[in-house]
Design a protein around this ligand. Structure first.
Ligand code: KE4
Length: 448
């Protein structure tokens, strides 16, 4: 067990070369009060063996640390900030809502307005429940699927991450992938045993799981575009075959679109790939960057939720008026449609120029991208599942991350996360990023 001193000793010595004294001091103090000095593990920079930056603020495509360093931000709070940080329309909506009070614990018109917008954006969502986090949304979807089918088992894909509810911390991605933890301590084997894990992009494996557990599978849960093992795209026909297998077996298909919802298209990955899930989980962008998430889908399943049905789910801050205001302001801008054309243009440009810069430096990379969601893997092979990701050169990624950070480019501090572009990223930002990458690829190749 690391003590605070060990942690600080391990971490502080490898902190940034350039001026990060205040982040170092802030991290040291935070470690006295909070496990690992952070309130979510991936923020600790454990995946890149450096101390974390403490952030003072952000605006548009830029983020600023407590030492006054400015970075072009490709984390975007792990996905929500598709408009860019501190968008004027979102801030105005938040301020107006806050002036009327911050929480009532009672229904508001804004919740209905937001629900109507989401139902309008997702053909598969007939009814929904607003809640506070992606974890809650997926936990609720699993509970609904188990109640609806009367079955206990679920199938999930290795490397996909669906929040930290007990059933899903099994061969998960995101922060769990870093630690080499496949199932978190504290999750009873009896519960973990109800989760069947199969490789992403293998219909054969899902089909075999259905044969082995015939009549026992309540749900198949998947990120339709995986983004917690880096970005991994569904192979042609993968989602369609999954839909068919669920129909054949009376199993609920749950799309975890917490990242992809409103990111890869206004109607999410299910719109892009024309495959309808029975239940959909949304978060991040859907909440405009505030604590709001969504569990929605077929009315015959959603109506099982209390108070209409007997499946219990509740939350003090569900549908919070500040969060719904931010969400409505965000979705109304994205609904204009031009947003996705602009995001596609910026991201396609970045992808092409990064590939060119890597080739010039002799760095072997594979870029997986869907719209403004992308990952750069250090490998000369395709990356189709979690094993492929684990076989990439993670050490090279860590060198690249550090070199980019030292050049003012803030990437997700883990090879198992994604890069997110926003509408605020300009051509100048992209050019600066590519220039930094050109040098950083050479650092990785050992030339600098
Ligand atoms: P939250 O409980 O963190 O709001 O959502 C959980 C979740 C569910 N589903 C997907 C596909 C997700 O990506 C997430 C959370 N994503 C991580 C980053 N990949 C959040 C960052 C963090 O854990 O601090």
């Amino acid at each position: 067990m690391s003590t605070v001193t060990d942690l600080r000793k391990d971490k502080l010595g490898t902190l940034h070369k350039m001026g990060n004294r205040k982040s170092i001091e802030a991290f040291s103090e935070a470690c006295w009060y909070m496990p690992g000095g952070v309130n979510s593990p991936v923020r600790a920079f454990g995946g890149v063996n450096r101390g974390p930056l403490f952030i003072a603020g952000a605006k548009g495509s830029k983020i600023f640390d407590v030492d006054g360093n400015e970075y072009i931000d490709y984390v975007g709070s792990w996905g929500p900030m598709i408009l860019g940080h501190a968008h004027p329309a979102v801030l105005s909506a938040i301020h107006k809502a806050a002036d009327r009070g911050t929480s009532f614990g009672a229904p508001t018109l804004a919740e209905t307005e937001l629900a109507a917008r989401i139902v309008g954006a997702f053909a598969s969502i007939e009814k929904l429940r607003l809640l506070c986090s992606g974890t809650e949304a997926v936990m609720t979807a699993i509970r609904l699927a188990r109640a609806y089918t009367g079955r206990d088992k679920i199938i999930k894909m290795a490397g996909c991450y669906h929040g930290h509810s007990d059933s899903l911390l099994v061969v998960a991605g995101s922060g769990l992938a870093e630690g080499g933890t496949t199932a978190s301590p504290g999750v009873p084997d009896a519960l973990a045993g109800l989760t069947v894990v199969v490789p992403y992009n293998s219909i054969e494996a899902i089909s075999q799981a259905f044969e082995k557990h015939t009549g026992q599978i309540a749900a198949v849960l998947v990120e339709p575009v995986a983004a917690n093992m880096g970005v991994v795209l569904p192979e042609p026909g993968y989602l369609e075959a999954m839909r068919w297998l669920c129909d054949e077996n009376g199993t609920v298909l749950i799309f975890d679109e917490v990242i992809t919802g409103f990111r890869v298209a206004f109607g999410g990955a299910q719109d892009l790939y024309s495959v309808r899930s029975d239940l959909t989980c949304l978060g991040k962008i859907a909440g405009g960057g505030l604590p709001l998430a969504v569990c929605g889908g077929r009315a015959d399943i959603m109506d099982l939720l209390a108070p209409l049905g007997r499946v219990y789910q509740a939350g003090t801050l569900s549908g919070n008026p500040i969060a719904t205001a931010a969400a409505i302001a965000t979705l109304d801008i994205l609904a204009e449609g031009r947003a996705y054309r602009e995001l596609e243009s910026s991201a396609a440009n970045l992808e092409i120029e990064l590939a060119q810069a890597a080739a010039e430096a002799g760095a072997a990379i594979t870029i997986n991208r869907v719209g403004s969601l992308m990952s750069c893997f250090f490998t000369d092979k395709p990356v189709r599942n979690f094993d492929d990701v684990r076989a990439t050169d993670i050490a090279a990624f860590k060198k690249f991350f550090a070199a980019m950070l030292d050049r003012g480019i803030y990437l997700a501090p883990s090879a198992y996360e994604a890069m997110f572009l926003s509408l605020a990223h300009t051509k100048q930002d992209i050019d600066r990023t590519v220039e930094a990458a050109r040098e950083s690829f050479r650092v990785v190749a050992g030339e600098k």
